[in-house]
Design a protein around this ligand. Structure first.
Ligand code: 13P
Length: 248
């Protein structure tokens, strides 16, 4: 049985005070849960949020990680630094990084490997655009995004990684993939992993992301290959995010 994971992605929102208030409300409101809960916060607030979450089970994550280990890479934040500050997770290849900041399957694979080397768990984001879906290329796009990482890191790397399926057309649009649409791609991803290792396919958590809200989370999380969610906008509201956390 896979443990569920509910992860908030705060993106580039709020200030330190907002983040600390939100983290405090989550820590106080979460209660006893079986599932894991994590928040991916802006780099500059990692330590400030870590301090608020110190006595709670909520894990800390970053929204990106450098594709190089260290050195003259102005503006980048390495996996070593993330590990040092107490980040358990790092998103890699979020569609906003791919579309606005030039991330490619290759740089995403490098980020994934850098995170793993420092025991920061990479959360590999994959997903198609609306145009790609309309052209019936969803599986092909997901294959390419996954294969680049499997080729670079090896299938065994997925024993210690998370995959997030986030159809780009569902991100921030209010248009959630239907439960069946999401399940179809999750199942496909798991089968793709299973073709290389059944044991890893059985174990790897595959999260759904894209307009997850308190009112649609339960049905999505009930699908057999959906192991939780990567939540953007709705993770900025403590009450709504806690409801999502309790929808597993
Ligand atoms: P929304 O939940 O705002 O659609 O964002 C999803 C996402 O991008 C999470 O990483």
């Amino acid at each position: 049985m896979r443990q569920s994971l509910i992860m908030g992605n705060w993106k580039m929102n709020g200030n330190l005070q907002d983040g600390q208030q939100l983290a405090k409300a989550l820590a106080e409101g979460l209660g006893e849960v079986q599932q894991e809960v994590a928040v991916c916060v802006p780099f500059v607030y990692l330590s400030g949020i870590r301090d608020v979450l110190a006595s709670s089970p909520i894990a800390l994550g970053a929204q990106n990680v450098a594709d190089q280990a260290s050195g003259a890479y102005t503006g980048e934040v390495s996996a070593t630094m993330l590990a040092d500050i107490g980040a358990k997770y790092a998103l890699v290849g979020h569609s906003e990084r791919r579309s606005y900041y030039g991330d490619t399957n290759q740089t995403v694979a490098n980020r994934f490997c850098q995170a793993q080397k420092q025991n920061v768990i990479p959360v590999l984001c994959v997903g198609e655009t609306l145009e790609e879906r309309e052209q019936d290329r969803t599986f092909q796009v997901v294959d390419e995004q996954l294969d680049a990482v499997i080729d670079a890191a090896g299938i065994e790397a997925f024993a210690n990684a998370v995959i997030a399926y986030e159809p780009v057309w569902a991100i921030g649009t209010g248009k959630t993939a239907s439960d069946d649409q999401a399940q179809e791609v999750h199942k496909y991803i798991r089968e793709r992993i299973a073709a290389r290792s059944q044991a890893i396919a059985d174990k790897v958590q595959i999260l759904y992301g894209g307009s997850v809200k308190a009112d649609n989370a339960k049905a999505l999380f009930a699908m057999p290959d959906i192991d939780g969610g990567l939540v953007g906008g709705a993770s900025l509201d403590a009450k709504g995010f806690l409801q999502i956390c309790h929808s597993v």
